[in-house]
Design a protein around this ligand. Structure first.
Ligand code: HEC
Length: 108
């Protein structure tokens, strides 16, 4: 009997954890898309460099990194909606990663 409860508790925990990342992906990509000038006002260059490291460290395990200027800001937002769920980034770090990509995105 005890075993069943432990199993139930564990599977609930796993389900809860698994739900975290998709929610963050949705939250982050629902934030307004700012112009490059606005991003540079809001984020210091240290923060944007940190965003670049977050990108390099969290987005290269399944495929090579795509250059930031390969996609427009809108395209990056759509991509991040799919890809952020594969990472364990919290909201702030995901926002910083997004800011780096958007600050260096292709001008559409
Ligand atoms: C768990 C593996 C995995 C991780 C981690 C991952 N990706 Fe991907 N990514 C994929 C797969 C698989 C594809 C190709 C299939 C697809 O487009 O859905 C892909 C495709 C892409 C593409 C090409 C999309 C296009 O339409 O050309 C980009 C850009 C990208 N990923 C960015 C990212 C970013 C940014 C991150 C980090 C936040 C990331 N990926 C993390 C698996 C991953």
């Amino acid at each position: 009997m005890k075993k069943i409860f432990t199993l139930l508790a564990l599977s609930t925990l796993i389900v809860l954890l698994a739900q975290c990342s998709p929610k963050i992906a949705k939250m982050v990509t629902s934030e307004p898309i700012l112009s490059k000038a606005e991003i540079e006002n809001l984020y210091s260059s240290e923060q944007l460099n940190h965003g670049q490291s977050l990108y390099a460290n969290n987005c290269s395990s399944c495929h090579n990194l795509h250059k930031a200027d390969e996609y427009s800001q809108d395209a990056w937002n759509d991509i991040l909606r799919q890809m952020l769920r594969y990472t364990n980034l919290d909201f702030d770090d995901a926002m910083t990663l997004r800011a780096y990509l958007m600050a260096n995105a292709k001008d559409s």
